[in-house]
Ligand binder design. Sequence first.
Ligand SMILES: NC(=O)c1ccc[n+]([C@@H]2O[C@H](COP(=O)([O-])OP(=O)(O)OC[C@H]3O[C@@H](n4cnc5c(N)ncnc54)[C@H](O)[C@@H]3O)[C@@H](O)[C@H]2O)c1
Length: 256
Amino acid sequence: MSFKNKTVVVTGGAKGIGEGCARIFHRENANVVILDVDKDAGAALGKKLGDRNLFIECDISNENQVEAAMKSAAEAFGGIDVLVNNAGIMKYASVTDTTEELWDAIMNVNLKGAFLCAKHAIPYMQKQGGGVVINMSSAQAFMAQDKVAAYATSKTAMLGLTRSIAVDYAPNIRCVALCPGGIDTPLNREAFAKSPDPAATEQATIDLHLVQRLGTPEDIGEMAVFAASEKGSFLNGHPIKIDGGIGVKIGGSGAK
Ligand SMILES: NC(=O)c1ccc[n+]([C@@H]2O[C@H](COP(=O)([O-])OP(=O)(O)OC[C@H]3O[C@@H](n4cnc5c(N)ncnc54)[C@H](O)[C@@H]3O)[C@@H](O)[C@H]2O)c1
C-alpha cells in the first residue's frame, strides 16, 4: 500500500492514536503533516520520523488556524490526499454535571474541529481529483460509558458528518469513520490514573474487550491506511468498528 508522493494530514498527530496513524502512513512512504496544539510532542515525533514530515502548531477549533495549516500542508508537499480527522478531547460529566463551557469545549474540538479541517482540506483534494477523509469516531458512537454526555454525543455526530462528506463529494472523495474501542493512549492513561484504583480500572476496561487487551495506536493506524488506500476503495460513508469485540458479548448463559 504505497502512499509515495501522497500527503496525509493527521490532526492530533503528535500523540496517541494520531501518532500511530502518522507512523503507519509514514511507513507506507506518505508525506505526513501533523497538526497539533502540543508543540514539543509534535517536534519530538518529527525528529523520530526523520524525513517526509512537517509539524504545524494548530488548534483545530480555530478556523483561521485550520485554513492556514491546510494551505501550508498543501504547499509543503504539493497537495492533500488524505485527512485523518483524529484530534479529540474527553472529559467525564453527565448531562446535569456538564457546564455550558465544557459542552462547548468538547464540541469545538471533536466536532467543529473535524468539520473545519474537512472544509479546508477538501478543496485541495478536489483540485487534484480526489482524496479520502478518515473521521476518528469511537465505540461510544454506539454505546456509552457513564458520564460521557458531550463526548459520546460528539462521536455519534461524527457519523453524520461522515455520511454528509461521503454523499456530497462522491465519487472522487471518500469518507470513512473509524470507531475504536479502548486504545492505550495518553488520553486513557490519564483517565485510569484519575480513577480511585487505576490498575483495577485498566483491567476492567481490558475485560470489556473479547481480545483481552487494549488496542494500540498502530492497530488504528493500520486500519486508517487500509481505508485510505486503493484496497479500501469500496469503503465509503459508513463506520468501521475496530474495537477488539467490545460490546459483542451480552452476558453469560450460566450453562455448564
Ligand atoms: N483512546 C481511546 O481509547 C479512543 C477510543 C475511541 C476513540 N478515540 C478518539 O481518538 C482520537 C485520539 O484519541 P487519543 O486517545 O489518541 O487522545 P490523546 O489525548 O492521547 O491524543 C490526542 C492528541 O490531540 C491533540 N489535540 C487536542 N486538542 C487539540 C486541538 N484543539 N487541536 C489540535 N490538536 C489537539 C493533543 O495534543 C494530542 O496530541 C480522539 O478523537 C478520541 O476521541 C480514542
